[in-house]
Design a protein around this ligand. Structure first.
Ligand code: ADP
Length: 301
């Protein structure tokens, strides 16, 4: 099979592993930087040029689109879809997952467990927002943040008020969320492929920190999931329309709650923690599912 990995950087662990797994399984793998692709919007005959050559003969793309290049990266994925090329995750589904608020709304509608969450752009009534999530302590999150940036824990009512007012002053989009104290600084990353959790790990925040992001010094280890956690992760990925997803879950007193659904989950942490060949499983999924014009939405939004 001729497979394109859409990635800005061929040296990244995830990109390298996917290329390696593809080659090992006998595929013709090309790593293509989406920002160096030129999209030709000719009527009836969509094409893509890369380094002045037309890309032809691809049967599948594996998109690894970083948050900072979402807009153009997704245009490239969409163009592949319009050319009939199968994409491991569809452009529309990736787009959905990039919008935190939209994602939470969709997950809530399909009954996935979530922390109590309120959203505000510019409401004068800060009290109501704080009450909505059951008072302090609470977490305030900037909608544009990644890797734990812009996630603030407000321990007291007064602190919550100040943080919310400060974000408002900046005209930022943010949400307010119940603080899941009982998670004790740990979250669970579930790596979903198709309708299965193929690997999972527990990430523990370092001492004195409530955010468990590995980029913030958190550490990962193996974890055994409950059946409810498994089904929550699978349902969350399915709701977003993602074939591949990293679903982050907190263990709360009221069962598993989903924090976030990531459409380009990293492979390094999860492969190291579980010793599993997740890249190989992704390529196998592509082998089984790639068919021309199979994309559900064909980029239609
Ligand atoms: P990002 O997308 O920037 O990583 P998250 O929303 O995933 O932001 O938050 C980062 C980390 O902070 C989570 O992995 C989790 O450990 C912790 N966290 C986030 N929200 C809550 C919450 N409501 N209660 C407890 N811990 C939380």
């Amino acid at each position: 099979m001729k497979i394109a990995i859409l990635s800005r950087n061929r040296k990244l662990y995830s990109t390298r592993r996917l290329a390696e797994a593809g080659v090992q399984r006998g595929h013709d793998v090309h790593i293509i930087d989406p920002l160096r692709c030129t999209i030709d919007i000719a009527s009836q005959r969509p094409t893509i040029q890369f380094k002045k050559q037309e890309l032809t003969g691809f049967e599948a793309v594996i998109p690894r689109i970083g948050a900072s290049i979402t807009y153009y990266g997704l245009a490239v994925v969409r163009q592949f879809e319009m050319m009939g090329v199968y994409s491991l995750n569809e452009s529309v589904a990736i787009g959905r997952s990039r919008d935190k608020l939209r994602s939470l709304q969709l997950l809530a509608r399909s009954g996935v467990g979530l922390p109590l969450t309120g959203f505000a752009h510019s409401v004068d009534d800060t009290d109501a927002l704080i009450e909505m999530v059951g008072g302090a302590p609470l977490v305030v999150k900037l909608l544009e943040g990644t890797q734990g940036r812009g996630v603030v824990l407000a321990e007291t009512y007064k602190a919550a008020e100040s943080v919310i007012d400060a974000f408002r002053e900046l005209d930022a989009n943010f949400l307010v969320q119940e603080f899941i104290r009982e998670a004790a600084g740990a979250d669970i990353r579930c790596f979903v492929i198709g309708e299965k959790v193929v690997a999972s790990m527990k990430r523990q925040a370092k001492e004195g920190e409530f955010r468990s992001n590995l980029h913030r010094g958190g550490s990962a280890r193996l974890v055994k999931l409950t059946p409810e956690e498994r089904s929550t992760a699978v349902r969350a990925a399915k709701t977003m329309g993602l074939n591949v997803a990293g679903v982050d879950i907190l263990r709360s007193n009221h069962g598993p709650v989903v924090m976030e659904v990531n459409s380009s989950p990293g492979l390094e942490g999860i492969e190291a923690a579980t010793n599993k060949d997740v890249a190989g499983q992704l390529v196998q999924f592509v082998e089984k599912n790639a068919k021309p014009y199979k994309t559900r939405t064909r980029g239609k939004g």
